[in-house]
Write a protein that binds this ligand. Structure first.
Ligand code: PLP
Length: 393
């Protein structure tokens, strides 16, 4: 079958691929420990599920406004006010089928052919592919572990061109868990304002912050910066609602209108009953977020020392999200593998531990392990990794 050139340039999501492979092995009866998935392992809080059920029973099972119910937009405006003291108008909010879809709509609405989007590496796997699907060109800034995987203005100066349309910031980052401070964001925001570069601030891990670290949104710097920023967020990670597919953008009303037009000819509205669930999530009690956060923090603090002590491994301690991103290149070399991707594939084959090779995140010497699974699973996974290393070294 002859396919479009557009689709031939993209690679399928490596995180979803590893999750699918792990599920396939599980279905064959293998005892697989999956550390590939990017989703909390907790169930959605009951009161949210009940709100969805009540909405379905009340007949809210029809199309809604494309960009989301006005009650949900109001709940999101309320959330943004509560958490960051932001003042947004409902016309500046679009609700889509998860933050991933909202980002897709954004690039479709924003980019002309050849427009460049700066993406610091390591990056979330979907950013470059979505930019390419919109006809844009992803331009990468390589960051280093010793600089906590953070870009600086000097990097931006070297990378930006007259074609640069936007910069993506993922903080807390998937895959590194690093968080940009207010002081680090200030010069980045000034540079973007000066050069008319739109800031895309992916804040999906905002609520998952550990060990006394704090979150700061770049849009909090000033009204001017806020106007030049698209804030992306959603309920997937904060409320353990990945399957419900609700995410949002908060941005300039003209951009939101254009994104809504794209949605109106592709997906229409996000699932009606999920929208009612999200209203409950944002307007209801927020305690479950803290319960989940504490569980992640405990896992991180338990598992991190053991992982970083493995021979030939370096790993920076994450400040947020729920991933560890160690460099395993030396270890993989010592085990006789020609690449870290091969090393991870062998780990899955021989020990049935699924982790994601770093190549998909733009860092082929690294791997990503998700600790969104029980402590028991994490301990077992490390036992198996240690066994694997002993066998091959
Ligand atoms: N942004 C980042 C950095 C992510 O890691 C993810 C999910 O893994 C998303 C956005 C998309 O989340 P969702 O589409 O479930 O809202």
């Amino acid at each position: 079958m002859r396919l479009s050139k557009r689709v031939e340039t993209i690679t399928p999501s490596s995180t979803l691929a590893i999750t699918a492979k792990a599920a396939e092995l599980k279905a064959q009866g293998y005892d697989v420990i999956g550390l590939g998935a990017g989703q909390p392992d907790f169930n959605t809080p009951d009161f949210i599920i009940e709100a969805a059920y009540a909405a379905a029973k009340a007949g809210h099972t029809k199309y809604t406004a494309t960009g989301g119910l006005s009650e949900l937009k109001a709940a999101i405006v309320g959330k943004l006010k509560r958490d960051q003291n932001f003042d947004y108008d409902p016309t500046q909010i679009l609700v889509g089928n998860g933050a991933k879809h909202v980002l897709y709509l954004l690039f479709q609405a924003l980019l002309n052919s050849g427009d460049e989007v700066i993406i610091p590496a390591p990056y979330w796997v979907s950013y470059p592919e979505q930019v390419k699907l919109a006809g844009g060109v992803p331009v990468f800034i390589a960051t280093a572990e010793q600089n906590h995987f953070k870009m600086t203005v000097a990097d931006l100066e070297k990378t930006a061109t007259h074609k640069t349309r936007a910069l993506i910031i993922s903080s807390p980052s998937n895959p590194t868990g690093m968080i940009y401070s207010k002081e680090e964001l200030e010069p980045i925001a000034s540079f973007c304002l000066k050069h008319n570069i739109l800031i895309i601030s992916d804040e999906i891990y905002e609520k998952l912050i550990y060990n006394g670290n704090t979150f700061f949104s770049i849009a909090q710097l000033s009204e001017r910066v806020k106007k030049n920023t698209v804030v992306i967020n959603g309920v997937s990670k904060s409320h353990s609602m990945t399957g419900w597919r609700i995410g949002y953008a908060a941005a300039d009303a003209g951009l939101i209108k254009a994104m809504t037009a794209v949605a109106s000819h592709s997906t229409s509205n996000p699932v009606s009953i999920s929208q009612y669930a999200a209203i409950a999530a944002y307007n209801g009690p927020q305690e479950s977020i803290e319960t989940m956060r504490q569980a992640f923090e405990k896992r991180l603090n338990t598992i991190y020392p053991r992982l970083s002590a493995l021979p030939g491994v370096t790993c920076i301690k994450p400040q947020g999200a729920f991933y560890l991103f160690p460099n395993v290149r030396k270890l993989s070399d010592a085990c006789g593998f020609s690449s870290v991707t091969e090393w991870s594939a062998a780990l899955l084959d021989e020990e049935k531990v699924a982790i994601v090779p770093g190549a998909g995140f733009g860092m082929p010497d690294y791997v990503r392990l998700s600790y969104a699974t029980s402590l028991e699973n994490l301990e077992h996974a490390l036992d198996r990794i240690e066994h694997f290393i002993k066998k091959h070294r």
